[in-house]
Design a binder for this molecule. Structure first.
Ligand SMILES: NC(=O)c1ccc[n+]([C@@H]2O[C@H](COP(=O)([O-])OP(=O)(O)OC[C@H]3O[C@@H](n4cnc5c(N)ncnc54)[C@H](O)[C@@H]3O)[C@@H](O)[C@H]2O)c1
Length: 333
């Protein structure tokens, strides 16, 4: 669509990224409460952002549309970026602030769903059921049996949780009653009920399964690097429901191919085809296509909260869950 043409009526233009389409009654309710136009637009590249959001005052974004300094510089009308989700790694919040744009997110809508997804992946991988299912689809009972025969009882497994914020902590609450031991690595967390807080290298060296729950930032990019992946117990499994870039994917892929890592459950990947190839070649790879936050309840909450944030903003109220750049948050104390 063409943003300039769509804004012909001189109403504030609110764009819904096509990654969040279709428009539902929640987005439509924005225009019922405040005068504005809601339009679906593709914002996947800088060119599309510059063209389609040229006259937009508000954009509702998914997890990957690149709203960086370059994008903000092209959008003088923009006032609000509403991320319909938790992670804001695709939005340069400091650049947004420099350009007078407010950024919001929805931090608590999918804590249950993402922690459920991580739990399901960890338990399914430890028990070998995903591999058994794939083998049975090919009529290979022998392969299915071999996959399950490798697994220890869950009560003898140690699960390592990297990042113990909202999602990681909820995951700990769920998994600690099922497995033998839970260890947590998080530089900002000193104590977690039912888990031992340990350095990351100790977690990697002692866990039967590792589940990753850190946000993507310059501090966490490549956090699980080749050295740490090399310290994993033989046959350990790795689950990532946070962001692909926090793990050295090439090192993890090599470890799965060699059998050093027993399996991976990845909700987030940078190169889906590469992981599919490893799976086709017999690697124990479970992909869930960034569905971790989805579910009947969370989708509704995400849409409702995000729509309310836009209504509040356009009505002159401060929306909830404003995201601050680290430097701003520090300066504010
Ligand atoms: N798969 C999905 O659909 C989906 C949905 C929601 C969130 N997410 C991802 O999950 C991430 C976590 O969400 P959350 O709500 O729990 O965030 P959060 O901010 O509540 O918790 C993140 C935790 O990571 C810790 N952390 C930061 N740097 C670390 C490091 N170097 N080592 C270990 N721990 C570190 C922080 O101290 C914090 O406790 C989000 O940022 C997002 O990227 C994915």
């Amino acid at each position: 669509m063409n943003g300039a043409a769509a804004n012909g009526a001189n109403l504030p233009l609110v764009l819904l990224s096509d990654r969040l389409a279709p428009l539902t009654s929640w987005e439509e309710s924005i225009a019922e409460q405040v005068p504005c136009q809601i339009v679906v637009a593709s914002l996947r590249t800088h060119e599309e952002i510059a063209r389609n959001a040229a006259t937009a005052q508000v954009v509702l974004l998914g997890a990957v549309e690149p709203f960086d300094e370059h994008a903000f510089a092209e959008l003088p009308e923009l006032r609000l970026v509403a991320r319909r989700g938790v992670g804001t790694d695709n939005v340069d919040v400091a650049a947004a602030e420099r350009h007078g744009v407010l950024v919001t997110n929805v931090p608590d809508a999918s804590v249950e769903e993402v922690s459920d997804q991580a739990l399901t992946l960890v338990l399914g991988l430890l028990r070998g059921v995903f591999a058994a299912d794939r083998a049975m689809a090919q009529g290979r009972l022998d392969v299915a049996r071999a996959a399950v025969d490798r697994g220890l009882p869950l009560g003898e497994c140690t699960v390592g949780v990297v990042g113990c914020g909202r999602i990681g902590h909820r995951f700990v609450e769920k998994v600690r009653g099922v497995v033998g031991r839970v260890v947590v690595a998080d530089p900002y967390v000193r104590e977690v009920g039912g888990a031992d807080v340990v350095p990351l290298s100790e977690l990697m060296a002692n866990s039967t399964a590792v589940s990753v729950h850190v946000p993507l930032s310059e501090g966490t990019r490549g956090l699980l690097d080749a050295t740490l992946i090399g310290q994993l117990l033989p046959g350990a499994v790795v689950v990532n429901t946070s962001r692909a870039e926090v793990v050295d994917e090439a090192a993890l892929a090599a470890a799965v191919r060699s059998g050093a890592v027993g399996g991976v459950g990845l909700d987030v990947v940078t190169d889906e085809d590469a992981w599919r190839e490893i799976a086709v070649a017999g690697g124990n790879v479970v992909l869930t296509g960034h569905t971790g936050a989805r579910g009947a309840r969370s989708q509704e909450t995400l849409r409702r909260t995000c729509a309310q944030q836009v209504v509040d903003f356009l009505s002159g109220r401060t929306p909830n869950h404003v995201v601050r750049a680290l430097s701003t948050a520090r300066a504010e104390g």
